[in-house]
Write a protein that binds this ligand. Structure first.
Ligand code: MRU
Length: 360
């Protein structure tokens, strides 16, 4: 089954599919400068929490690989600058910061063991590639856990794009749907278009259609109607950041879907890797919400659709944990009360990653 490839490390550089042009055109660029990778993340050439984590890891590797530093000390200070640049791209998805922290830790390990710059550089490239490989495995595991919660036959709603384009694997929410579909479940996906950036209409519809999974595209203001008329068996979305108590930031519009789901007794699930947890934040009120350009609201594909008035564009909202029936992760399924469940999953992920690494 077709799986989109949003990002890839190659000998020529980091190749990214320009998601801004989908579904009309499939255009890829090859990046050799980490500053261009940072710009690509900010400008949404690549988007989706895990995918921007992979892009950040590859950006750090690219920066270190092409740095002109000639001592470990100067390479270290350049690595810090590279990481700072990549960290300033998008504020909400914690995967970005998780990936940057991991690359920093790897630099520290490598520079403690090697004085040869080439070994440090190659080690950083290997780590970025490893991050990508692990994301693929993570998605498969999330899919396996989540698929069990999908109906044998019926409609499942999602939001935004939490598919292959958003992760570099098979996707989180769409990974769950994909695995369930491959198991023979007769799933039909309801895809809200996800204004203003239209990740649902442009990306999720494109991915599902290419993968042969049946779908119906709806506008965002049809969500209540479809939930109320009993046409939806379950909802599954991704996440950009999950606080210690289970409150979850995801694409703007997710909160109202979750509230309507509860009102209509439809289970609302989150599918996300443990790297999306931010257990240092007690609740969702502490999650930084990215405010994007109002032009993305007043214009559609460059065409003005509103008068020249003030427009708001919070790119994410927070769904309180009480609306979430379960959170699917690669280490298992969390259910309320989330504080203990998330902590246990995070510990289990830590133990798994303490197993032998990729070598030094
Ligand atoms: O602004 P985006 O397109 O990066 O937002 C993406 C989302 O909100 C996704 O639903 C989320 O990152 C989960 S992706 C697996």
């Amino acid at each position: 089954m077709y799986v989109a490839q949003p990002i890839e490390w190659t000998d020529r550089g980091v190749v990214m599919l320009d998601q801004r042009l989908l579904p009309a055109e499939e255009v890829s660029y090859t990046y050799t400068d980490y500053r261009d990778v940072a710009k690509a993340i900010r400008d949404m050439v690549i988007r989706g929490a895990p995918a921007i984590g992979v892009a950040a890891a590859m950006g750090v590797a690219l920066g270190v690989l092409h740095s002109s530093a000639n001592s470990v000390e100067s390479l270290r200070s350049e690595c810090t600058e590279i990481c700072d640049t990549l960290a300033k791209t998008r504020p909400t998805a914690v995967d970005l910061f998780w990936a940057i922290e991991r690359m920093k830790r790897r630099f520290a390990e490598l520079s403690a063991h090697h004085s040869e710059l080439s070994q440090i550089r190659q080690g950083m490239v290997a780590e970025a590639r490893q991050v990508h490989l692990e994301k693929k495995a993570t998605d498969e595991a999330i899919g396996g856990f989540g698929a069990e919660f999908m109906p044998t036959e019926g409609q499942v709603m999602t939001q935004c794009n939490a598919g292959a384009l958003a992760t570099g694997g098979i996707g989180t929410a769409l990974g769950v749907i994909r695995v369930a579909f491959q198991q023979g479940k007769k799933i039909h996906v309801l895809v809200p278009e996800t204004r203003p950036y239209l990740q649902g209409a442009r990306l999720t519809a494109w991915e599902l259609h290419k993968g042969g999974i049946p779908l119906t595209l709806i506008t965002d203001n049809m969500v209540g109607h479809f939930l109320k008329t009993g046409k939806v068996a379950a909802i599954v979305t991704g996440a950009d950041r999950i606080a210690a108590n289970g409150d979850t930031a995801n694409k703007i519009g997710t909160y109202q879907i979750a509230v309507l789901a509860k009102e209509n007794k439809v289970p609302f699930y989150i599918a996300a890797p443990v790297s999306t947890f931010d257990l240092a934040l007690p609740d969702g009120d502490h999650i930084p919400i990215e405010e994007r350009s109002a032009r993305e609201v007043t214009h559609l594909q460059g065409v003005r659709i509103a008068p020249d008035v003030h427009a708001a564009h919070p790119a994410f909202d927070v769904t309180p944990a009480r609306y979430i029936a379960a959170i699917f992760t690669e280490r298992g399924v969390a259910r309320a009360p989330y504080t203990d469940a998330l902590r246990a999953l995070a510990q289990s992920a830590q133990l798994a990653s303490a197993a032998p690494s990729t070598g030094s």
